[in-house]
Design a protein around this ligand. Structure first.
Ligand code: DSN
Length: 429
């Protein structure tokens, strides 16, 4: 009786798979797995449990996942140059909760990036931090809105007994000031947490700043934004073993029991891809973001932070209020097969959240599909035709995107073949 419904679900998945390969995806929090990483999902591991740590499980039959988890941890630790790392949180928000629950008590004062300033929902009253305290204050921003005002922040920290700072955010153009704030945090015993969800792949590729090296106490992140892994979370630190034991308990049993082995397996593959290709990829991501920002600016768009070179990350922020606002613009672009999201800009009131002035653009996924600076110019031209000239460009977008189907920075066969120098190909034919 319900078989037709099953067929419809299967059909929707097929539709999604082919439609997404014909869109230009610029959602800043997404990325794609390589074919080889994706192919290991749906194995027997999708049925299994493995609480605890490799070799110290609460279930029998975990030897195989023990080896995979051990390898994933070992290589992620070397990428992030840290002593402790937990791969068990099943998302970035779960990683945040595992950590916040250890440090924040009722009444504690926590300082975060505001929502309009780009802060993540889990840092706020309605999210994870709000479960533990309601004393949440925002970092003051410089007039451009994309930087924390360091002098003002240090002044607040001198006067107000802040217990925890949470740096890192979701609208993230320039590195937050870890090295400027860490010395005072150390002196005062303030816990400096850095949420690297958006920029993990740039940190691993050594093309952003190094928040752990600069003095952050602990890093949390999701593993699927600029870092092109499966959808999971991690936490890592160089803290003392005795303190890490608390975080360990925060991850399990504090915020999860089984840790979804099916998505852990591709993450182990991604770690190897990153060790081999991460620096080249991160380099190209940042080049592409700068190139797209410049091309949009030259096409007449109100690209933010022009005076600072637009961006140092994978993101570009554009004020589109003169074109109807973020909601309207994101819808027009979607109708043309270009996918991104509306975004509050710094200094906008929260009431504008349903149609904010901004759009947020991330270039990491298109970079993984092999696009470079020249392609960013094409994308800016498509924006101009859709948004400034009111033309339907959907067919052109699809034709353009169909040329970029290989997932680069991977060990996929087609990526390897495409990288091979022409002379080698000629010699083999
Ligand atoms: N809110 C997501 C984003 O940045 O898109 C992250 O969880």
């Amino acid at each position: 009786m319900y078989e037709k419904n099953v067929e419809r679900i299967e059909e929707i998945v097929r539709e999604q798979n082919s439609w997404r390969m014909e869109t230009i995806n610029l959602i800043a929090s997404e990325n794609v797995l390589s074919r080889r990483a994706r192919a290991v999902m749906g194995s027997d591991f999708c049925h299994r449990y493995a609480e605890g740590h490799p070799g110290e499980r609460y279930y029998q039959g975990t030897e195989k996942i023990d080896e995979i988890e051990t390898r994933a941890k070992q290589h992620l630790k070397s990428l992030f140059n840290c002593r402790h790392l937990d791969v068990r949180p099943v998302s970035g928000t779960v990683a945040n909760d595992a950590v916040f629950s250890r440090y924040i008590r009722p009444g504690d004062i926590v300082m975060v990036n505001s929502t309009a300033g780009g802060g993540h929902i889990s840092h706020h009253k309605s999210g994870s931090v709000g479960k533990y305290t309601s004393n949440i204050i925002n970092f003051p921003l410089t007039p451009d809105g994309f930087h924390i005002d360091v002098a003002h922040t240090l002044d607040i920290l001198e006067r107000v007994p802040v217990k925890v700072l949470i740096l890192g955010k979701s609208l993230y153009l320039f590195p937050d000031p870890v090295k400027e704030l860490a010395p005072l945090c150390k002196e005062r015993g303030i816990i400096l947490i850095y949420d690297a969800a958006h920029v993990l792949g740039l940190i691993a590729g050594k093309r952003f700043h190094d928040p752990l090296g600069e003095g952050a106490h602990i890093i949390t992140a999701s593993t699927h934004k600029t870092f092109f892994g499966s959808q999971r979370g991690i936490a890592f630190s160089n803290m003392k073993d005795s303190e890490w034991a608390l975080i360990d308990k925060g991850a399990f049993p504090g915020s999860s029991s089984n840790h979804h082995l099916d998505t852990l397996v591709p993450l182990a593959i991604t770690a190897y891809e990153y060790l081999e290709f991460g620096e080249d990829y991160a380099d190209q991501v940042i080049r592409n973001a700068k190139a797209l920002a410049r091309a949009l600016y030259d096409a007449g768009f109100n690209v933010q932070a022009a005076q600072f070179g637009f961006t140092e990350s994978h993101q570009v922020a554009v004020d589109v209020s003169e074109l109807g606002g973020g909601d309207e613009v994101a819808r027009i672009l979607k109708d043309n097969h270009i996918i991104l999201n509306m975004n509050l800009l710094p200094h906008e009131p929260l009431e504008r959240v349903a149609n904010p002035a901004g759009i947020r653009i991330g270039v990491q996924e298109m970079t993984r599909f092999g696009m470079k600076e020249a392609e960013m110019k094409v994308i800016a031209e498509l924006f101009k035709k859709c948004l400034r000239q009111g033309k339907y460009m959907g067919d052109e977008v699809k034709d353009f995107r169909r040329q970029y189907q290989i997932v680069f920075y991977s060990f996929d066969e087609d990526a390897i073949a495409a990288r091979r120098p022409k002379a080698v190909e000629a010699a083999q034919s």
